[in-house]
Design a protein around this ligand. Sequence first.
Ligand SMILES: [Zn+2]
Length: 304
Amino acid sequence: MKALAYTSLILILFWSCTSASKSTRSKPLIVATTSILADGIQELVGDQAEVVALMPAGVDPHLYKASVRDLDLLTQADLVVYHGLYLEGKMTEIFEKLAKQQVLIDVSKGIQEDQLLRSGPESHSVDPHVWFDILLWSSGLRYASQELQRWKPSWATTLQRNTEAYLAQLHDLDQKTKSKVAQLVEQKQVLVTAHDAFAYFGKAYGLPVYSLQGLSTLSEPGLRDLTELITIIQTYQVKAIFAEQTISPKALQAVARGAAEKNLVVNLAGPLYTDSLDAPNTPAGTYIGMFETNLQLIYSQLLP
Ligand SMILES: [Zn+2]
């Protein structure tokens, strides 16, 4: 409640102080909340716009709170693109306010309701990690492309061409992922990670997935979760468990120690890139690069 009041105060102060002046830029400015989203949008728009990620690489979007500087950037943007599905859990109020004065695209609107995974009936219990099913992510980007065309009709031809070219690359990535993961499934492997980011991946590619924390990183894992995960490691003779770049490895280190006490040999590998890309111009600095880097790490750790 305190956090909400604080956010409201910042918002009130901010919106009452800013002038609507937008600096003179040669290209429109698009601000996307996450680095994964910014990469996809940049692929669609090409060099027609400057695309900026609000959250830097390595930042956990579930916990992210916008700073005054971020609010400034969001207000200066010509267009704001966000993921939706409560991924940006602490920014809902900001999006509602922004919608009154800005053009916003909620990319998750491009994904059919019946394709979404849920942990319960409440609206915030929907799993936001749709980018781990490449075809679902493609649907989100196709929707974003249509919305971008509606926003800038003069870009339509370029947007359509870029979208088809990029989605063809994603189709290839999907095929490649299917065949690699099929080998893991054949060897009866399972994927154990820090938080529940891989449910769509598991469903799309047939790999059983387990994690220590739930859909959001807001909740702390308890002793029961730790014990359950050690039982899973024992049952499936798991060779490696995977830390994530946006999450402290401390809890998984406890799992590895617990497993060692039971004479189980399990490697704490990683990090996997789950909710953020790596820094720009690194192998995992793009969505496709992130996917390939993760796949290679999982594959090399789990296959005998
Ligand atoms: Zn997550």
